[in-house]
Ligand binder design. Structure first.
Ligand SMILES: [Zn+2]
Length: 325
């Protein structure tokens, strides 16, 4: 974990938590909320280290406690993540059961719940009971990108800490310095402002296929050379067996392409992500701002539908027909 970067990117949050710790004013439940890629998880680990490190200048980052937090192997720091896109009651009950077993000791204990908006109703209820009677030495950190989807009863029992987006052009500079193509960097920095996440997305490879697919669809959409439906099933079939997350990433990137067309129409060129592609086909960008906005609205509604269990093949057939002009 790059602590200097964390301190630079999330100055206000680091200061808030460090001060609360020093003054003994930490609360027992925090919600770390903010857009993707704003170092919420890193901050959660940092706070966990602060709470379990026994050295001077906590967290020292060097002792065994700190190391074990960083390696996800500290017995007093539990991380709960969604299983099948849901956090279940059993996961919370297991945590609370473990807390009930061990006797009260001096050591602090921390639980971190990732994607806390995915707590299902019964899991949330189990957690609520616990939050109503906070135990000394036990601290919870709930992380979410969708604070609006977190139950209000949970919000009211926690302190909400908001994480701000990192300056976009600064991320682009960092990515270019790491040898990443500017166009790819601009596109992905719209999805997440976490540099490391962007680099690992690129290394996994699928995201580059997705960007190529969007370019192909986008160019055909503009030129009318080939129907989007045909080009999707020629090049995009791999998406049908991919995760929901990658499928929504695809629609997000398609929306970025459409938004670029809008920027082009209003001569807001510096905001365009698909720089190479868009500037190659200027004479085909004949749609009006209103027409482009309609397409974006359609795509947004399709993106929302992805949250439900759907037949992807049918879903994309419909969606591509909407894109046929
Ligand atoms: Zn330490």
């Amino acid at each position: 974990m790059n602590i200097e970067k964390l301190k630079q990117d999330q100055k206000a949050v680091v200061r808030l938590l460090e001060n609360s710790y020093k003054k003994g004013r930490l609360v027992h439940a925090y919600i770390f909320e903010g857009p993707r890629g704003t170092s919420k998880e890193e901050m959660a680990l940092y706070l966990a280290m602060m709470l379990v490190c026994k050295q001077e200048g906590k967290p020292c980052m060097h002792c065994q406690d700190c190391h074990r937090v960083l390696n996800n192997s500290h017995p007093n720091v539990v991380i709960i993540s969604p299983e099948d896109e849901m956090i279940r009651k059993e996961q919370i009950e297991q945590l609370l059961y473990n807390y009930s077993l061990t006797s009260i000791e001096d050591n602090n204990r921390v639980y971190i719940i990732k994607e806390a908006d995915l707590l299902n109703q019964s899991a949330a209820n189990a957690l609520l009971k616990f939050l109503e009677e906070p135990q000394e030495n036990i601290y919870g950190i709930l992380i979410t990108e969708n604070i609006n989807k977190v139950l209000s009863t949970i919000k009211s029992r926690s302190q909400i800490v908001s994480f701000q987006k990192i300056d976009y052009e600064e991320i682009i500079r960092r990515l270019i310095n790491r040898g990443i193509d500017e166009e790819v960097g601009r596109i992905l920095a719209h999805i997440t402002s976490n540099e490391e996440e962007i680099v690992s997305l690129i290394n996994e490879g699928v995201v580059l296929d997705i960007i190529d697919l969007v370019k192909e669809l986008g160019v055909n959409f503009l030129t009318g050379n080939k129907s989007p439906l045909v080009s999707f099933f020629e090049k995009g079939k791999f998406l049908l067996t991919e995760t929901k997350k990658l499928n929504s990433l695809f629609i997000d990137i398609l929306i970025i392409f459409m938004t670029d067309l809008l920027y082009y129409k209003i001569s807001n060129y510096q905001n365009i992500c698909f720089m190479k592609t868009i500037f190659e086909y200027p004479k085909y960008i004949t749609l009006s701002v209103e027409e482009i906005s309609k397409y974006i609205e359609e795509l947004l509604s399709y993106r929302n539908r992805l949250e439900y269990n759907i037949n992807l093949e049918l879903f994309y057939t419909e969606m591509m027909l909407v894109l046929a002009r």
